[in-house]
Design a protein around this ligand. Structure first.
Ligand SMILES: [Zn+2]
Length: 221
């Protein structure tokens, strides 16, 4: 299997992680959740001679979509792929929570929408879409099951030692917890989780120690 290369680019002010991922020897890449400082992303792509084959959106909050305009301006043919449930947030500053911060962030609309079980073949990756509602109703994660270990582009679902906020008007802790238990904790312990904020983690570490959804919170395999 070709080597997986993945770089995390952190955007302020929310310390949001954008991931640029490609397979060694290939110039096409994934850009997951282009953040609010897209010049960092375009500069990195330029330095590495990488070309985005898709902008993958885990959910429609402004800190995860704020770079879409800039990347689409530079690579107009690169599709924005978002979930059926959260696509509406891309173009609505109220729904993507930017209006509340006085930013009024919007994105171009999604070029393609995805839902549970969809398989995406992009830049040599095969990614399965899983719906994990609770932080945002249409939140999805992208799971690369062909990798060893499995890799999850996870957005704001499961963090190292934490979970995505559920106190938004459309948040729901029970949904988030159930979806993590049913769809993420059922993956192997060494599954790598690349979250939307903070350091990487693994399914095993979060099962063992996560205070919100792991064993300290009563989770049992
Ligand atoms: Zn979010």
């Amino acid at each position: 299997m070709p080597r997986f290369q993945c770089t995390t680019i952190v955007s302020n002010p929310f310390q949001q992680n954008t991931f640029v991922a490609n397979l060694e020897g290939r110039a096409d890449c994934l850009v997951v959740d282009p953040g609010l400082e897209p010049e960092k992303i375009t500069q990195f792509l330029g330095e590495k001679d990488l070309e985005p084959a898709a902008l993958l959106i885990t959910h429609g909050h402004s800190d995860h979509i704020g770079g879409n305009h800039a990347l689409k301006a530079r690579w107009p043919d690169c599709p924005i792929i978002a979930s059926v449930g959260d696509a509406v947030k891309l173009t609505d500053p109220q729904q993507n929570l930017s209006a509340q911060y006085g930013l009024a962030v919007t994105s171009p609309p999604a070029d393609q929408t995805v839902s549970e079980g969809d398989l995406l073949q992009i830049a040599g990756f095969e990614l399965e879409v899983l719906e994990i509602p609770g932080h945002s109703p249409g939140h999805v994660v992208f799971v690369w099951k062909g990798a060893s270990p499995i890799v999850i582009f996870g957005g704001d679902v499961l963090f190292a030692g934490s979970i995505g906020r559920c106190d938004f008007a459309d948040g729901n802790f029970d949904q988030l917890s159930q979806a993590i238990h049913g769809k993420i904790f059922t993956l192997p312990d060494d599954t790598l989780v690349l979250p939307g904020h903070g350091p990487n983690t693994t399914v095993g570490d979060e099962k063992r120690a996560n205070p919100f959804v792991g064993r300290p919170a009563g989770y049992r395999d």
